[in-house]
Design a binder for this molecule. Structure first.
Ligand SMILES: Nc1ncnc2c1ncn2[C@@H]1O[C@H](COP(=O)(O)OP(=O)(O)OP(=O)(O)O)[C@@H](O)[C@H]1O
Ligand SMILES: [Mg+2]
Length: 468
């Protein structure tokens, strides 16, 4: 007791004022220190707690659910563990605790618990889970909900066709698929296409982004919770149970902590889940498609992705190439999106100009197909009713590389800006030649072929118009 008091005294000032709740007990479980933050978290007063035994204060606590009792027994620290319990006043508290044994000259003299209040987060999480559960059973098959299939995947380049061929092969089995590709390359489209063309298509496709929610909630969401468990009071099936017979798409799986990755691996190996706080093993038949937006091997190297889990989820490895690596698909993607937005935005756009396409071919597209699609949507919004060709003039400013001169058939009113017809035609000729040169990346032979001019004639005109 004496040794413990010395220890507490030395730390008292610091511990009294920190934001985390601090609770120190001696080896018998009697409280010797209890700070302000802990008072706020638990709704208790220091004088009510001091000198009392844990069993009196927290009637629900056992070694099973109390980190502080566990540490006194095992003499080993516990880091960041969630704990939910009813306190002395009957209030339900959720905390994330780190609890350490205190030794003096090799003898255990007590334990210190450092707690962060999670009550609000946990309550909110419960509400989100309730809501998600109410929405989920209908969502995969819900009438009118857009689902994707291979027909939605646009692209003809060899790199892209290779990915499609592999994905089609994946529809014939239930093996795990790991899709890797940068943001916006179409990973979710691939995942859905595989599901909706597999024999599981009449069962749910359930997608969960692992980066979108906090770790403890993700665990409950995936595996479900059991009545009386530490995270709440309800019996709730997790996504594994909800996707039974179908496919579970785990997006950004690398955001999962190694601890949760280990739990996931166990489920995948044994084909059953145990709800959080539950004791029953529930058999599940779920196909796993996961996605990462970084090279999986470098994720392993950095210690972010567990190697054992990687081997289990990477039975079929599907790489989706960046748009930059398949630039030749840009024109056909633009065409597809124009047709799509003609419908939804009620426009009548026929095509994109060559100069615009040439500019788009040159652009970096770090956001890949998603960025291209967004570009087409914003350009469509810039197009007037009487215009039918998308040009540089409709580009959002961040992409813009100057004004495009639109040929006479497209915009008659443009003529008014020129002194004479011949000046206008020269202007047009220059714009068209410039467009074709850009389209062919300065290749004079190809541009002259498309323009129906001899090489020499084209070179002459390039000199006249000062084009390079
Ligand atoms: N090959 C394609 N053909 C047609 N549309 C595509 C193609 N690839 C992607 N898209 C479209 O691009 C957008 C982004 O696709 P998706 O959500 O599948 O990307 P992602 O790889 O999952 O991105 P993130 O990593 O950011 O989640 C979607 O609107 C999708 O319809
Ligand atoms: Mg995605």
């Amino acid at each position: 007791m004496k040794q413990c008091e010395i220890l507490v005294d030395a730390s008292r000032d610091i511990l009294s004022n920190i934001e985390e709740g601090v609770h120190i007990v001696d080896v018998a479980g009697i409280t010797v220190f209890y700070n302000r933050a802990m008072e706020v978290i638990e709704g208790l007063r220091e004088e009510m707690v001091m000198g009392r035994h844990l069993e009196d204060l927290y009637p629900e606590w056992t070694e099973m659910n109390s980190t502080i009792l566990t540490v006194l027994k095992t003499r080993r620290e516990i880091i960041n563990q969630e704990q939910t319990y009813v306190n002395f006043n009957g209030k339900r508290i959720s905390t994330v605790n780190s609890t350490y044994p205190i030794f003096h000259e090799g003898t255990l003299v007590g334990a210190v618990e450092i707690a962060r209040d999670q009550t609000v987060v946990t309550d909110m999480s419960q509400k989100i889970m309730d809501l998600q559960q109410r929405l989920l059973p209908e969502s995969p098959k819900k009438e009118g909900k857009k689902t994707y299939s291979f027909e939605s995947l646009v692209g003809r380049t060899p790199e892209f066709l290779k990915a499609i061929a592999l994905a089609r092969r994946a529809t014939r089995s239930s093996s795990s698929v790991l899709i890797d590709g940068d943001t916006g390359t179409g990973k979710e489209l691939f995942a859905q296409s595989i599901h909706y063309e597999s024999k599981r298509k009449h069962k749910p496709f359930v997608a969960q982004n692992c980066a979108a929610i906090p770790e403890t909630l993700l665990e409950s969401l995936l595996f479900g919770t059991s009545k009386g468990s530490f995270t709440g009071a309800m019996d709730r099936p997790g996504l594994f149970e909800q996707a039974d017979g179908g496919t579970l798409f785990l997006d950004e799986i690398n955001s999962m902590s190694p601890h949760l990755q280990a739990k996931l691996l166990r489920v995948l190996q044994e084909n059953y889940v145990r709800r959080v706080g539950g004791s029953k093993d529930i058999p599940v038949d779920v196909r796993i498609i996961s996605a990462v937006n970084e090279d999986p091997l470098s994720l392993i190297e950095k210690g972010i992705l567990r190697k054992d889990l990687y081997y289990r989820i990477n039975v079929i490895a599907l790489h989706v190439p960046n748009l930059k690596e398949r630039r030749e698909d840009i024109p056909i993607l633009v065409d597809t999106f124009i047709r799509e937005f003609n419908q939804t935005l009620d426009k009548d756009v026929w095509m994109a100009s060559d100069l615009l396409i040439a500019t788009l071919l040159d652009y970096d597209w770090v956001g890949n197909v998603r960025e291209l699609k967004n570009f087409v949507e914003s350009a469509m919004n810039m197009i007037d009713e009487e215009e039918h060709v998308m040009t540089l003039n409709h580009m959002p400013s961040y992409l813009s590389r100057g004004e495009e001169i639109v040929p006479v058939t497209w915009r008659v009113d443009h003529l008014k800006e020129f002194e004479s017809l011949s000046a206008y035609l020269k202007h047009q000729e220059k714009a068209i030649i410039q467009g074709y040169l850009k389209f062919h990346r300065g290749n004079i032979s190809r541009a002259s072929e498309d323009l129906g001019l001899s090489r020499q004639n084209l070179q002459y005109k390039m000199r006249v118009y000062d084009l390079k």
